[in-house]
Design a protein around this ligand. Sequence first.
Ligand SMILES: C[S@@+](CC[C@H](N)C(=O)[O-])C[C@H]1O[C@@H](n2cnc3c(N)ncnc32)[C@H](O)[C@@H]1O
Length: 241
Amino acid sequence: MIETDPLKSYPMLVGRLRDAIKGDAALEAAVGGDFVTVGKLEYALLTGLDLKPEQLVVDVGCGSGRLAFHLSKIPGLRYIGTDIVRELLDHAEKLSGRPDWKFVLTDGVGIPCADGCADFVCFFSVLTHLTHEDSFRYLREARRVLKPGGRIVFSFLEFYIYSHWAVFDLSVNQGAPGDHLNQFISRDGIAAWAHHLGMVVEQIHDGDKPHIEIDEDLTWHDGRVMRGKGNLGQSVAVLVK
Ligand SMILES: C[S@@+](CC[C@H](N)C(=O)[O-])C[C@H]1O[C@@H](n2cnc3c(N)ncnc32)[C@H](O)[C@@H]1O
């Protein structure tokens, strides 16, 4: 059976990878691979949305620091990373090298921030592992902590994209007990969520089509090279408060 509770499945995943892979590489594998390339794409996506140096980014489910590592080069940027796995958070904190940043252990769908303080709340490959109910609860929290005009950026899986179907197929046919949930989200669901949150869907991008401006060539582990524009693989939605 798939383990739908990430508080159980994620520590198990990290434990399995720790047994199989030596050192910090296990923590970097735990967030899904292509650590540097995906991190650069997440970074370029946010900077392409006009992220400014003095702003506050809340990175929910920051994992082992794929995004934090690249954001850390922006002096003055404020950042709060949250995650449910202490080991991943500690690695993210170490990689960022930013004593002024916060890395907070959480255990549900709360965001440990005051109302109206954040410019961006992002969920990269996080809502993909939650039930729709918890995703909506998280988005409601994200809206609470956002400033007016602030943005939620999240990545998601959808059935009509061929590479996403492969994720579903793998869960169905090769899933092992305790594997985490790979949750799909439909665009009509996103439109309804935005409506009920009082937010606007500003952008939505197919995961398999390049849409992120990049200023260097990026190479994936399978040899694919992205030039000029890249894409994460997962689709991306941007909601504005
Ligand atoms: C696929 S990884 C992605 C990590 C990171 N966002 C990135 O792009 O590298 C998913 C992360 O979400 C975390 N996570 C799962 N459920 C969570 C929850 N309810 N709240 C916060 N983090 C969660 C996991 O521990 C894991 O680090």
